[in-house]
Design a binder for this molecule. Structure first.
Ligand code: ADP
Length: 260
């Protein structure tokens, strides 16, 4: 729920978009982009009109995760038309630059690129826009959190201590700019063998849940480290889309129901 003191009211809302949710992580490689996309699909399954903005300027992975290769067209108002895929409206900074282009962005460039992708895109009418944030809690992330009218942030962490320390920094960052933290997701929570289904706690287990309790923010769910989550991502059809009746899709939908 939007608190009356949230900075959202001070920022220009984006016409047609009812709510913007940031998916963030304290560091890279914890599965932020994988979770952002599958969460967007989970929200779609709940009957919502959903957009996905890949604002990870340091390593946009949405083109790879969705298999989208085309560049967005401009409409008559010179706004970019998001690419429709899996029932989502998708925009990524990766659609605009060549793959393998080393992107070295200074803070102001980051902000103007992201502002453009938010406001110069013909999003249409959306219930929720999911923003896949750049990893980390530096200036770029802080400015972003400050300048985007966020309903709230979802923080992705693995159970490991180091990832949790970074998640804590993310929490502090959003607190600083009065963005409500909708909760923490524990990704790669446990290993589930694709052959026998046995669970192993490779990185320890439950760290993010304890951390959420300690910091008094909601714990949103545990996503296992599972071969099919990685394999479906790599093939460009994420798990919620390719295995809609499977256990993983159900987890992402349950997380979606908590943050919608
Ligand atoms: P980030 O956005 O945090 O850098 P990615 O979403 O790109 O991380 O994920 C990093 C790698 O881990 C990718 O190869 C992805 O397929 C894999 N991955 C992410 N989450 C899971 C999971 N729950 N199970 C298996 N592989 C995962």
């Amino acid at each position: 729920p939007q608190s009356p003191t949230s900075p959202m009211s001070k920022q220009a809302e984006i016409p047609g978009i009812a709510a913007v949710i940031a998916v963030a992580s304290g560091k890279g490689g914890v599965g932020k982009s994988t979770t952002a996309l599958n969460l967007a699909l989970g929200l779609r399954d709940l009957g919502l009109r959903v957009g996905l903005l890949d604002a990870d300027i340091y390593g946009p992975s949405v083109p790879r995760l969705t298999g989208i290769r085309e560049k967005p067209q401009l409409n008559d108002d010179k706004k970019m038309i998001p690419i429709p895929r899996f029932g989502l409206a998708i925009m990524s900074i990766g659609f605009l630059v060549e793959e393998d282009t080393a992107m070295i962005w200074r803070g102001p460039m980051v902000m103007s690129a992201i502002t453009q992708m938010l406001r110069d895109v013909a999003w249409g009418t959306l219930d929720i826009l999911v923003v896949d944030m750049p990893p980390g809690t530096g200036d770029a992330q802080l400015t972003l959190a400050q300048n985007v009218p966020l309903k709230g942030a979802v923080i992705i962490s693995t159970p490991q201590d180091l990832s949790l320390i970074d998640a804590r920094r993310g929490l502090a960052m959003f607190k600083k700019v009065n963005v409500p933290v909708l909760g923490i997701v524990e990704n790669m929570s446990y290993f589930q063998c694709p052959h026998c289904g046995t669970k192993s706690d490779i990185f320890g287990h439950g760290g993010a849940r304890h951390e959420a309790e300690r910091l008094a923010v909601p714990f949103l769910g545990e996503i296992p480290l599972h071969m099919s989550i990685r394999a479906t991502s790599d093939s460009g059809t994420p798990v919620v889309e390719s295995e809609p009746d499977g256990p993983h899709a159900a987890i992402y939908r349950a997380i979606g129901a908590k943050v919608r």
